[in-house]
Design a protein around this ligand. Structure first.
Ligand code: TNX
Length: 529
């Protein structure tokens, strides 16, 4: 018995030694080479910066963005370190000891940054706010994992020396949360935002509406939330966000460099609205609520009814006003039994509304070529065979494509059929282990697609089978990190063997942050994961 325990421990310790070069006990410092997503260039040095109680965080004078990044970092570090970490102005030419944020016009790469760690300072330089925040996200991974704790921990707070120069491959790196099938309270959405922002995911797509639930308060349409928001799949986990809660989510995301994209599905997947208001139905009779697992066969809006467009204008207008980001996602998937002209007329009207309210159009791949191909963004979820021509037409006209192939980037797919904790997860697109979630190329998903048409990637998490934040995190992590790296790191750097080692180093960080990730046997997790 005792021998068994000792042997098991030795086996794990050996694994740690093998995957990291030195046993954990000797390593109380993170490594520059462990960052996820992989930076463009990393140079290690023998130096080390140790953050101390007397240190301050500096922001170049006159830069509101640098001050914001400095304040955000101070907010992250004060609790675990117990240090005061005042935020101070950095005068021209000053070279103080501490952490320094410099906004530099010379670096115009959007979202790019440079991070340099010496004995005396940690300096983050970037041309824009997003770049400064990306520097913060990298710096978090260079501190000991205990920095993720929400309580006072003891140091030392060592940061390894060297230099990172970095910029993203794609401008759009998204995560989608389906809060319609099962509702997710705002505090859990914030926890999810924290987790994705660490890995430089910069868009949060909220699937706010579906057959089983309506999740956003709309002024003048109270029954949408009173009735449509009262339940969820299987009759469980109803709920909705007040406009104030939604605004808080948007702001919380923005502070971390994440832009919220609200989605209003339509004309299908609208059963919850049709159950809320009789007048939205062609026969003026409200439907009963729908709590099934598959799309409702009755969930299509009444396309000839002026009430439908009055309703949509209120929803789109209010969401546009509540959302500073540029996009409104208008759904558009799985519209069956609607003649083409009627469908086109619907999308023309919805497009006009989105534009009138100052936003850009974003839709599922069925809308490619239906929405104005030049100005709209398309989300691919089936790689080949669904509206290929529309996608090519949109791409050729300059429209942008986001890749969410369901056999790699649908985080609601099961990892494997073999684990006892499943039925959690879907399997209509097959199972997707961590390696599968990493092993795909956005530029090869649609044959002959011009590579510059790709705006980026998105990992989507539909929640028919997902009950609350613990299950949701189990499916999303670590696969969300695969999507983050595919979207950020240059194509030539994608390599499973490199990724799985760096992913392993994230285990203790996710654990300290209390993210319920899946300890996949494919990854050489160290002790403390
Ligand atoms: C397909 S993705 C759907 C969703 C489901 C999802 C489950 C898309 C555009 N439609 O309605 O929730 O599969 O994996």
């Amino acid at each position: 018995m005792i021998t068994g325990v000792v042997m098991a421990f030795t086996a794990t310790a050996t694994m740690v030694t093998a995957s990291h070069g030195s046993p954990r006990a000797e390593r109380d410092m993170a490594r520059l080479t462990d960052v996820v997503p992989l930076p463009v260039s990393v140079t290690e040095s023998n130096a080390m910066f140790v953050l101390g109680g007397a240190d301050a965080i500096y922001a170049s004078r006159g830069s509101a963005d640098a001050r914001e990044a400095a304040t955000f970092l101070a907010g992250l570090l004060r609790k675990p370190t117990g240090f005061a970490l005042p935020v101070r102005d950095l005068g021209p030419g000053a070279k103080p000891r501490g952490i320094v944020f410099v906004q530099q016009d010379t670096d115009r790469t959007p979202e790019g940054y440079q991070l340099e760690v010496t004995e005396k300072s940690v300096t983050i330089k970037a041309g824009d706010r997003a770049g400064l925040l990306n520097g913060v996200h990298t710096l978090r991974q260079l501190l000991p994992a205990k920095v993720e704790r929400q309580e006072r921990m003891s140091g030392p707070w060592k940061i390894p020396g060297g230099r990172i120069t970095d910029r993203p491959r794609y401008a759009y790196r998204g995560a989608m949360l389906d809060v319609a099938r099962h509702f997710l309270p705002a505090r859990d959405v914030r926890k999810f935002i924290d987790a994705i922002a660490r890995y430089k995911i910069n868009y949060l797509h909220l699937h706010l509406v579906d057959d089983q639930g309506w999740r956003i308060e709309i002024d003048g349409w109270p029954k949408l939330t009173e009735i449509g928001g009262s339940t969820g799949t299987g009759g469980m986990l109803g709920g909705y966000y007040t406009q104030e809660e939604y605004r808080d989510i948007v702001e919380y995301a923005q502070e971390r460099g994440v832009t919220v994209v609200p989605e209003v599905e339509g004309p299908a997947h609208m059963h919850a609205a049709l159950a809320s208001y009789a007048k939205l139905n062609c026969d003026d009779k409200a439907l009963d609520l729908y709590t099934g697992w598959v799309p409702s066969p009755q969930g299509t809006l009444c396309l000839d009814d002026p009430d439908t467009y009055e309703f949509l204008d209120a929803v789109i207008g209010q969401l546009a006003a509540l959302t500073p980001g540029p996009y409104i996602h208008i759904g558009g998937d799985e519209v069956y039994d609607v003649p083409d002209e009627k469908r086109q007329a619907y999308f023309d009207k919805v497009s006009q509304m989105v534009r009138k309210h100052g936003k850009k159009l974003y839709g599922w791949q069925e809308t490619a070529g239906v929405l104005d191909p030049k100005t709209s963004m398309t989300q691919v979820w089936i790689s080949q065979g669904v509206n290929d021509e529309g996608i090519m037409e949109a791409a050729r006209a300059g429209g942008k494509i986001v890749m969410s192939p369901s056999d790699h980037a649908y985080l609601d797919m099961k990892y494997t059929e073999a684990l006892p904790e499943y039925p959690l997860g879907n399997s209509w697109a097959g199972t997707t282990d961590v390696r599968d979630s990493y092993s795909w190329k956005p530029e090869e998903e649609i044959k002959d697609l011009p590579p510059n048409a790709i705006a980026g990637v998105e990992g989507t998490l539909f929640t028919e089978t997902v009950f609350g934040i613990n299950q949701l995190e189990h499916l999303a992590f670590p696969r969300m990190l695969s999507i983050a790296e595919i979207g950020w790191a240059k194509a030539s750097a994608h390599d499973w063997n490199s990724f799985k080692k760096r992913l392993a180093a994230q285990g203790p960080r996710l654990r300290e942050a209390r993210v319920n990730y899946y300890l996949s046997p494919e990854v050489p997790w160290p002790l403390g994961s």
